[in-house]
Design a protein. Structure first.
Lengths: 341, 268
């Protein structure tokens, strides 16, 4: 069940579709075994398998230049979907077109036009400086020396990695390494960049820097960004659209803003008043009061914000107030839990 | 034809680039690099003394004399060295498959298997390579024709060794982990090729022409270099390419059931 309406149906289909997925399915047969030596022997002669539907009939499309968050809990089918889209894995059925190509039959041609960063798999040679890996990648992507040099200079400037370009990767901090990883994935000027957990393990400052870089790539090179992340900060600061996948199915496909607004029918209001709050009203829950400050939770299904403020202002004066949406973490948790089977 | 030539040039360029990168990575630890190379030369040299003493006492073994056995040793060392230096990942294929590390190579715009095989070097392979060449120069006929044939046979030895590893490691796609099987088959072909082929008879000989094709790797080349026969040479090249094609086919069949993985990793 898709909780929101299909984003593409709302937006209208464009000729600039770069990823088109229809009825994609992939299942795995996993060997299962009870614990203990006896079970291990039994499993040797009579193995038992369990079928997991990692991707179960999903369809969506992505437009050129979009910044899409593709999210879901662990084991939801995100990585499997990305691996099918990028040509790493075969699907069982369904139709996949990336930049008009079949990722399996045209894997090599497609590889020239897409870039990937899998947080846990490095493209950089551990004992060598990043610049050596950059030139090797330039050869892998058949870039001539001049073009490679220009591109590496450009990326060095944009990513501000000049100071450690010649330092062996093993001596770089995680943040420095990730910046080099992203630069490495952009050597061949890909049209779509797949990022799987690019900010995992980074501190807040480096995370923000990486997010800004991703935004820069999107705005300057018009690179389509396909991002998976468990970090809601990545999603809210980079992505305009989110697809949520759970149990191999799409459970949400719409804008990140709409996700925030339409999912939670509750707002949190912090007030600073002239005098202590006296209020009893359906749909309003007083979370906290202290002197003339108060924190309320307002259920928008039962009452309008304006009605609440009008009622307060009949007997009091509002000096300051903050109306906030619930954190994205909570929204996403709610989407996951609604889909629990 | 032009696009074929372009593809060959590009493949060669990438091959050189991988070699440069691997050598640079190896040279990061210069002391370890030279220690490994010289340790391998010393290790291999120790066996020469054993064979010298043996042949000093027995003269010949089933038609093989000291020089013939040294030919086998030189061929195996150079063939093994070529496989180790230029196709180093052939020994790690199972691990690469079950750890999901094939992803990196599948995302490159290159044929997966050659790209994967040549992306790693075993530094010690330079030791084997140097040792084999020196051994050949000191113990064999160094006429141009023999040098030329030795070069061809060394490349074919490496082709068979790498193909055998690819074939057995690819069983990992279907069975989960065939690392030991592949390692033992690789050890077996090396071990058998170091002994006179005429020692083996019956069913063992059949195994050594099929599952562990030591005959194609070393003994038939020895027969050809001893008494040159063009037909035999062409048949040998044909047989070697059949073995390589089977390995390539098994790998690509397995690739269809590749399940990738999420293990953390770095390129070393």
């Amino acid at each position: 069940m898709i909780i929101s309406g299909n984003y593409k149906l709302l937006q209208g289909r464009s000729l600039n579709t770069v990823i088109q997925i229809q009825n994609l399915r992939k299942k795995f047969n996993t060997k299962i075994k009870s614990s203990g030596f006896a079970a291990a022997v039994k499993s040797l002669f009579n193995p038992q398998y369990q079928t997991t539907h990692a991707v179960d009939d999903i369809s969506f499309s992505v437009e050129r230049g979009e910044v899409l968050a593709f999210i879901g809990p662990n084991g939801a089918g995100k990585s499997t979907t990305i691996k099918i889209i990028t040509g790493i894995m075969y699907s069982d059925s369904g139709n996949v077109k990336v930049l008009g190509m079949d990722p399996h039959r045209q894997r090599k041609q497609l590889a020239y036009r897409i870039g990937t960063i899998f947080g846990q798999k490095s493209q950089l040679w551990f004992h060598l400086p990043p610049v050596d890996s950059f030139y090797l990648l330039a050869d892998i992507y058949d870039l001539d020396r001049n073009r490679a040099k220009k591109r590496i200079n450009f990326l060095t400037e944009v990513f501000q990695i000049g100071s450690y370009l010649k330092v062996p990767v093993r001596k770089l901090s995680l943040g420095e390494r990730i910046r080099c990883e992203i630069a490495a994935s952009l050597i061949h000027e890909p049209e779509i960049l797949f990022l799987d957990e690019p900010t995992i393990g980074l501190d807040v400052i480096v995370k923000q820097r990486i997010r800004n870089l991703i935004k820069t790539i999107n705005s300057e090179d018009k690179t389509t960004i396909f991002l998976t992340s468990h970090d809601t900060g990545d999603i809210s600061s980079i992505c305009r659209r989110a697809i949520v996948i759970n149990h191999g199915q799409i459970v949400w496909d719409d804008t990140v803003n709409k996700m925030k607004y339409s999912f939670f029918k509750k707002k949190t209001v912090d007030l600073r008043l002239q005098s202590p709050l006296q209020l009893e009203m359906d749909g309003v829950k007083i979370l906290k009061t202290k002197n003339s400050s108060a924190k309320l939770e307002i259920n928008l299904d039962l009452v309008d914000l304006t009605a609440v403020f009008d009622r307060i202002m009949q007997t009091n004066q509002i000096k300051d107030m903050t109306v906030s949406n619930p954190p994205l973490d909570e929204v996403i948790s709610l989407i996951y839990s609604k889909d629990k089977r | 034809m032009k696009s074929f030539l372009t593809a060959i040039v590009k493949a060669f360029k990438l091959f050189i680039s991988y070699q440069k990168t691997n050598l640079s990575a190896g040279m990061e630890y210069r002391a370890a690099f030279f220690t490994q190379v010289f340790a391998m030369i010393l290790n291999n040299s120790a066996f020469i003394i054993f064979w010298m003493i043996l042949f000093d006492r027995v003269g010949t073994i089933e038609g093989y004399d000291f020089q013939a056995v040294m030919f086998l040793w030189a061929l195996a060392a150079v063939g093994f060295g070529i496989a180790a230096v230029f196709f180093g990942n052939s020994t790690y294929l199972s691990r690469i498959i079950y750890n999901g590390e094939l992803d990196v190579y599948l995302l490159h715009p290159k044929p997966v298997l050659p790209n994967l095989l040549m992306s790693r070097t075993h530094v010690s392979g330079w030791g084997d390579l140097s040792y084999g060449i020196i051994l050949f120069l000191f113990t064999q006929d160094t006429s141009i024709s023999h040098l030329f044939l030795f070069g061809i046979f060394s490349l074919l030895f490496a082709l068979i060794l790498v193909s055998l590893r690819v074939m057995y490691h690819s069983i990992t796609f279907f069975m989960g982990n065939a690392e030991e099987l592949a390692a033992r088959s690789s050890d077996a072909i090396i071990s058998f090729t170091l002994y006179p082929g005429t020692l083996f008879k019956g069913p063992v000989l059949l195994v050594l022409h099929t599952l562990i094709p030591a005959a194609f790797a070393a003994w038939i080349p020895y027969e050809i270099i001893k008494n040159f026969d063009l037909t035999k040479l062409l048949l040998l090249i044909g047989a070697d390419f059949v073995i390589a094609s089977i390995a390539y086919g098994v790998f690509h069949l397995g690739l269809r059931s590749y399940e990738s993985g999420n293990r953390m990793g770095a390129r070393l």
